[in-house]
Each structure stands twice: as C-alpha cells, then as structure tokens.
Design a protein around this ligand. Sequence first.
Ligand SMILES: Nc1ncnc2c1ncn2[C@@H]1O[C@H](COP(=O)(O)OP(=O)(O)O)[C@@H](O)[C@H]1O
Ligand SMILES: [Mg+2]
Length: 252
Amino acid sequence: MALLEVKKLGISFGGLRAVDEFSVKIEKGELYGLIGPNGAGKTTVFNLLTGVYKPTDGSIILDGVDITGKNTIQINHAGIARTFQNIRLFSNLSVIDNVKVGLHNHYKYSAATGVFRLPKYFRTEKEMDKKALELLKVFDLDKQAYLPASGLPYGKQRKLEIARALATEPKLLLLDEPAAGMNPNETAELMNTIKAVRDEFDMTVLLIEHDMSLVSGICEKLSVLNFGQLLCQGKTGEVLSNPEVITAYLGE
Ligand SMILES: Nc1ncnc2c1ncn2[C@@H]1O[C@H](COP(=O)(O)OP(=O)(O)O)[C@@H](O)[C@H]1O
Ligand SMILES: [Mg+2]
C-alpha cells in the first residue's frame, strides 16, 4: 500500500480550474518531486493535501486513512507536515524554541504541571531540549540553538523550517520550493540535507520545485503540472526526457 494515495483531486477558484484531476501514489521512503512552471498549481496541491483548501473533487488517503476534507490540525496529527514557499518562522523565538514548538505535538503534560512547574515539567523540558538539539545537529544548526531565529542567515532559516516540520514526527514531509532565494552553494547543501533527512529518518518527502535541474539530482519520481493538469508522471529520467515536459518549460 502506498503511503500517500491521491485520486482525481480538484479545486476551482472562480472560473479558474487551479488543480484538475490530480492523482499520485507515493511509497514510503520515496523522495518525490512535484514540478511545473510558476502558476501551474503546485502550491495549491499542497494546500489541498494539508487542509488549507477543501477539494471539490477527489480523495486523499494517508497510510490507509481517508483524510479528505479534514482541517489543517487534523491533517497534521494524521502525519503530514509542511514548509511554506515563504519562510514562516517564529522569528522572535530562539532557534531551539522554534523546533520545540513542533515537539509539543508529542510531549504533553497537563496545564497544572506546566503552571506549577512540577517535576514532570522539568523532565519533559529536558527531554525536549535533547531531542531538539539532536534534530538541529542534523541541519548543522545546533551551535546557533540559542540565538533568535531571525538572526540566522537566510539559508539556515530555510533549514530551520524543515527541522521544525520534522519535529512533529510526520509520516510525510511536504517542502514547497525549499531552495527559493538561496544562492547556488546554499542550494547544493540543502539538497544534500534533504537527501540525508530521507536516509536518516526513512522519511517520505514530496518536494515542490520549479527548477527542473534541482529535482533531477535527488528525486526518484516526478509529477509535472501545467495549467493545473498533470502533464506526465513517473521515474525522473523518463519524465525529463518527455518532449511535452520540455516544451512546457521552454514556453515559460
Ligand atoms: N486562493 C486563491 N484564490 C484565487 N486564485 C488562486 C488562489 N490560490 C491559487 N490561485 C491561483 O491558482 C493558480 C495556481 O497557483 P499556485 O498553486 O500558487 O501555483 P504554483 O505554486 O505552481 O506556482 C494560479 O493561477 C493562482 O493565481
Ligand atoms: Mg507555489
């Protein structure tokens, strides 16, 4: 059984069919790319998968559970975490506290334990610190753990967003143009980090990118969207040699 199975997903905004009959199957541990020119409907697919928009058609099954029409919180609890095309960090919080926001999903103590600072509170906080630092280390951010998130260079802020999403221990991680605004060195490093995340956490990743050359190096499979429609999908090599895909990009 595929980890994610999407069938004929669709939504319209007024007269615009932003996503039409989008179907995809993603297996556990796969690094899957969703590509297409600007305005193709990629972010809308993420918004549909995460409950920001309710689809007018189609179904979404995650790990055997139908999550179609659920809200963002329910879907996060079901196991999908995402990052956004524009960075959305808690910029006033420290780097480590941004990750701990994600961890709070899993470490629960009662309000009284927190307010009265009972022993369980300190135990849990200590465990969370340890876990957050371990995660930050994967992203080479552990040395900046106690700095404000806003003080990090742009490339590192993007990495912190991924660390925070991973802290919720998702089954599926959605990354919306994670390399947007990065310089070539930062981009290359980020692609290696995404690969490492997949390998180390056995994570399933769906990655949006509009630059074909970036995804070709790391994704095993691709779906190509154009004007809200699936142009083609399958193994990366086959997709990228499809003349229709090349034409869609040249026409950008
Ligand atoms: N909330 C919305 N209301 C109206 N139109 C929208 C909305 N969200 C997206 N669109 C439109 O849907 C199309 C696809 O947008 P988007 O999914 O952001 O594309 P991509 O991420 O591939 O660049 C665009 O034409 C965009 O203007
Ligand atoms: Mg987008």
